[in-house]
Structures are given as structure tokens and as C-alpha cells.
Design a protein. Structure first.
Ligand code: PMP
Length: 296
């Protein structure tokens, strides 16, 4: 059975999926010139909406992209799109493209940015992977240097991460560990990474080149509640090989164990007790907090 048609927010209107079209002259398509967010909603509330929108506006500001909606209007566009689709649980893809312009790359020739909100669902991995954990592969593709483009800009150009994801899959895994130019662990292709070692949780500092993930921030809060010490420190592959547990965090993946890296089991090779505890705490928090959606 075909998936039911969705209602999409596009530049001020909520239209059927079949009418939600972007020009082939949009610089988001031509050059990856734009920014995006992935946001989840649970049980009729949008999880960490303000933080996601703040990051979206920061990405836009960093690339001199004029967002045609203010913060409140953007929040309303998100909530209205979910309500129009009458969804209680799901995933939002919010994107802002530079808009239509001539074929040259000059963004000043694109008079108006486009805003798209898709309220749908996402399922990165089958339940089995949440029960058994992910197999990870170290990717040869490095995170780009912040001197090229800040890793904090969540831009529409994800080719770097896509190359790394291809390597992970070709290497027999589901997720790839991405190193920075110095060879320290930055993050995974769509998630931040944590390890447990000698009673302490370690994660790379944002300066190592990973995204300042919102689920990463939530995990840090939950670890503090559990009284587990956390340190942001440069990590190498060796640190992951010798960790007791490893888990990844991201809006789409949520909290999930990493149990193998480059054919070495991490700890017991199964999701560890701390990871399991965090998964449960994350679910409880996500299902009980957030910006409420008003349904018609
Ligand atoms: N790193 C990258 C490269 C990502 O694309 C994502 C997903 N947005 C994350 C980390 C996790 O960030 P968040 O928890 O905000 O979804």
C-alpha cells in the first residue's frame, strides 16, 4: 500500500505533497546552498523545538541566508504542518533553500529564500539494531576542517557525510566513525558519539569537528541526572576499541548502542547497562516534554 499523501508547508501555504515543488533553478538543488533541521515530535509535543530553531537560525546567519520568517512564524509553520497532517509522533524535516536564481553561484541573485516543512516519519534502523547495537566502521573520509566551512552549519550539502556512510555500508557496518584532520574522532555520519570507560563517559569536544547535537546535549543532561561523570576530550579509535560501552545520539537515531568498530567488539559486544538506562530515560523525557501541538 502506498504511503498516504502528506500535506507540506511551502512558502506560507500548506499544500498536498504532489503540489509541493521547488524549481530546478533553486540554489539549494544547484549548489546545496541552504540549511536544514531534523526535529522529532512525540506524543503530541515537539521535542526541543526552540533549540532546533535556534540552531537553524544560527546556520542561516552564518551563511548570510535571510530567513523570510521570524522565529515565532517558523515555530507556527512547524506546529501547523504537524497539526494539518494530524500526526502525534514523527519527524520533521525543515529546510531553507537560497531560492531561485540564475545558474551562476552568486547568492545575491536569489531574491527570496524558500522554506519547506515536511512532517512525516523516519526509521533509520530496524528494532533489531536498537536491541543488538550498531556495527561501526572508521571512514577514510574525514570531517572537513572548520577552516573550510564550520561543522556547525547544518547545510544542505551533506556529501561529505554521505561518502562516509557509503564507506560504512561497504565495510559491512551501519554507521561510520568520522575522524577530523588531526585523526581524532569527530562524530558519526549523522550522530554524536560517546564511550564509557572506567566509570566515566567521554565524548569529543565540539571543537573536534562534530555537530553540536541537540540529542548530545540531552544525553549530557541525563548523565548528570544519573550522577555519571562526563568529560569532553579528544578520542582516538583506540579509546573506542577499549571502551566498556559506546552509544550514539541523534534526532533520527535517538540513543543507540555502537557495539563493534572495525571488527572489534566494544566491551561485551552488546548494548551495555548504562546505554540501556539512557535509552529508557531518553524515551521517558521525549514522551513527556516539548512544545505542545494544537490539533484542529
Ligand atoms: N552529527 C551530524 C553530522 C548530524 O547530521 C546530526 C543530526 N542532525 C547529529 C550529529 C546529531 O544532532 P542532533 O542530535 O541535533 O540531531
Amino acid at each position: 500500500m502506498a504511503a498516504p499523501s502528506l500535506l507540506i508547508y511551502l512558502d506560507g501555504n500548506i499544500v498536498p505533497e504532489s503540489e509541493a515543488k521547488i524549481s530546478v533553478f533553486d540554489h539549494g538543488l544547484l549548489y546545496g546552498d541552504g540549511v536544514f533541521e531534523g526535529i522529532r515530535f512525540y506524543n503530541g509535543r515537539v521535542f526541543r523545538l526552540t533549540e532546533h530553531l535556534e540552531r537553524l537560525y544560527e546556520s542561516s546567519r552564518s551563511i548570510l541566508l535571510n530567513v523570510p520568517l521570524n522565529f515565532e512564524e517558523m515555530e507556527k509553520a512547524v506546529l501547523d504542518t504537524i497539526a494539518a497532517n494530524n500526526l502525534r509522533d514523527g519527524y520533521i524535516r525543515l529546510l531553507i533553500t537560497r531560492g531561485v536564481g540564475p545558474l551562476g553561484l552568486n547568492p545575491y541573485q536569489c531574491p527570496k529564500a524558500s522554506v519547506v516543512v515536511i512532517a512525516s516519519s523516519i526509521s533509520l534502523y530496524p528494532q533489531e539494531k536498537y536491541d543488538l547495537g550498531l556495527t561501526m566502521v572508521t571512514c577514510a573520509t574525514r570531517r572537513p576542517s572548520p577552516a573550510a566551512l564550520s561543522p556547525q552549519v547544518k547545510s544542505l550539502n551533506y556529501l561529505n557525510n554521505i561518502m562516509a556512510k557509503i564507506e560504512a555500508i561497504q565495510g559491512g557496518g551501519e554507521e561510520g566513525v568520522m575522524l577530523n584532520e588531526q585523526g581524532f574522532v569527530a562524530e558519526c555520519t549523522g550522530d554524536n558519539i560517546f564511550i564509557l570507560k572506567r566509570g566515566e563517559v567521554l565524548t569529543p569536544p565540539i571543537a573536534a569537528g562534530g555537530l553540536d547535537g541537540i540529542t548530545r546535549r540531552v544525553a549530557i543532561e541525563l548523565l548528570a541526572e544519573l550522577g555519571v561523570p562526563l568529560r569532553e576530550v579528544n578520542l582516538t579509535r583506540h579509546d573506542i576499541f577499549t571502551a566498556e560501552e559506546c552509544f550514539l545520539t541523534g534526532t533520527a537515531a535517538e540513543v543507540i548502542a555502537g557495539v563493534m568498530l572495525d571488527r572489534r567488539p566494544i566491551g561485551t559486544g552488546k548494548p551495555g547497562p548504562l546505554t540501556k538506562q539512557l535509552v529508557e530515560k531518553f524515551k521517558a523525557l521525549a514522551n513527556s516534554t516539548g512544545t505542545p501541538i494544537t490539533y484542529p
